[in-house]
Design a protein around this ligand. Structure first.
Ligand code: AMP
Ligand code: MG
Length: 414
């Protein structure tokens, strides 16, 4: 139900749906083949199939003795006819009634169909006797029982990282086909902003947003054009938007999308693009702009740094996944935790409060606020490991109540 708190606001999900329904993948049209060492962070353009069987040969799962299982008798003594080590197979002849000493990972000698672990072997002067009945196939890891040759091991649209690249290395894959990187232009707007390294004059502040956005774009594997700080001046803004639009698939600015007097971004965009200016029903981060310039997509983040990062995280991150054909992208699943501190909340918007969660002595997940939740208070990000997500209609939360928590992904806590 819309009420006085929510009229004119659009929900996060509605905003995301609008963004995703208008856009489609851009980067899979141009692909390249890269060696594994250069493909970290890139998105697979095609499925990767295994060129080999894993394991590549039948091998022993135990240190012990390989035999022909049909020759097993409870009282039989086997002479030891040779040895097979990992990396040093046994290829000789082995007479009937003999066994081969074998180590874990060693190829099973031709003809052998069972390995008996050494704990079940009894050494005698004449050879070894096996104390436990033997079954055909025991303790042998068969060729291809993990991965078959030609089997798909990674789908298209997967981001290559520590869970994927070592797998490809284990298969001897040398090169992988990846999509081109998404090109993103970024700038900050505001007469008050200064870059790090410049002393601040009265009324000035350092530019946090461009730094944060650039960093997140790097982590997402984008190719970034950083256009710096753009003054609140129509001509400068027009030029920045045109340059950004010429270069990029996606343009991201921050500031100037609310309704302040110096917010030229809004009027400029009305001139050069088809942009929606939204009031999101989330906190922090109310003003947000999305739409299309001549060539590129555009996201206008709020000026306050915490809002800028949150809207980037919740909206721009999935958009970038969509545009860069990263089909298996998702945020970490939300969990339930017990409030270990009070959380202040006014009904009306979905609240993302920075919090730290840990398991308490009883093994229960507990969430504690990291302090002031002002949209300019960046320090509470650095103390947090996730968001406490409080429903729109909810009011203040007391200690002991259940809350939803959303752990940060590696973009925020890598
Ligand atoms: P605006 O939406 O441009 O009115 O900005 C809202 C608030 O965010 C103001 O207090 C700005 O000074 C601040 N702000 C805007 N851009 C940045 C930035 N890049 N870094 C830090 N603070 C900013
Ligand atoms: Mg501004």
């Amino acid at each position: 139900m819309e009420n006085t708190f929510t009229s004119g606001l659009i929900s996060l999900q509605e905003a995301l749906n609008k963004m995703l329904s208008q856009t489609s993948p851009l980067t899979q049209a141009k692909t390249e083949w890269l060696p594994l060492t250069e493909s970290a962070g890139r998105i697979t353009a095609s499925a990767v199939r295994s060129p080999v069987y894993v394991p590549p040969f039948d091998n022993s799962a135990m240190d012990g003795y390989a035999i022909r299982s049909a020759e097993y008798r409870e009282d039989a003594v086997f002479t030891v006819a040779g040895k097979a080590f990992a990396g040093a197979p046994f290829n000789g002849e082995w007479p009937a009634g003999s066994c081969i000493r074998i180590m874990t990972g060693a190829p099973v000698p031709s003809g052998a169909d069972a390995v008996i672990m050494q704990e079940e072997a009894e050494k005698t002067d004449a050879g070894v006797r096996f104390t436990v009945p033997v079954e055909k196939g025991q303790n042998i890891r068969l060729i291809g029982d993990d991965i078959r040759q030609g089997q798909e091991v990674l789908a298209a649209g997967v981001r290559l990282g520590v869970a994927e690249l070592p797998l490809l290395a284990s298969l001897g894959v040398e090169k992988v086909e990846v999509n081109r990187r998404l090109k993103v232009a970024v700038f900050s707007t505001g007469d008050e902003l200064q870059p790090v390294g410049t002393p601040l004059e009265e009324g000035q502040i350092y530019d946090t947003n461009r730094f944060a956005v650039h960093l997140m774009l790097d982590q997402l594997g984008c190719e970034v054009l950083d256009l710096g700080i753009i003054r609140d001046d129509p001509a400068a803004l027009r030029q920045a938007f045109q340059q950004a639009d010429n270069y990029a698939d996606l343009v991201i600015s921050s500031g100037g999308v609310s309704v302040g007097e110096a917010d030229y971004t809004k009027s400029m965009l009305d001139e050069i693009g088809q942009i929606g200016f939204w009031k999101l029903a989330i906190k922090p981060g109310k003003p947000f702009a999305f739409g299309k310039l001549n060539n590129a997509w555009f996201c206008g983040l709020p000026g306050n740094p915490v809002s800028a990062v949150l809207t980037f995280y919740q909206l721009v991150q999935p958009l970038i996944a969509r545009l860069s054909s990263h089909t298996d992208w998702r945020l970490p699943p939300r969990l339930r935790a017990r409030a270990a501190s009070n959380f202040k909340k006014t009904p009306g918007r979905l609240d993302f409060q920075r919090a730290v969660f840990v398991h308490n002595a009883q093994g229960e997940l507990e969430a504690r606020t990291t302090g002031s939740q002002g949209s300019h208070v960046f320090s509470s990000y650095s103390l947090a490991n996730g968001f406490v997500v409080l429903e729109r209609e909810r009011g203040d939360v007391a200690v002991g109540e259940w809350v939803d928590v959303e752990p940060f992904n590696a973009l925020l806590k890598g």
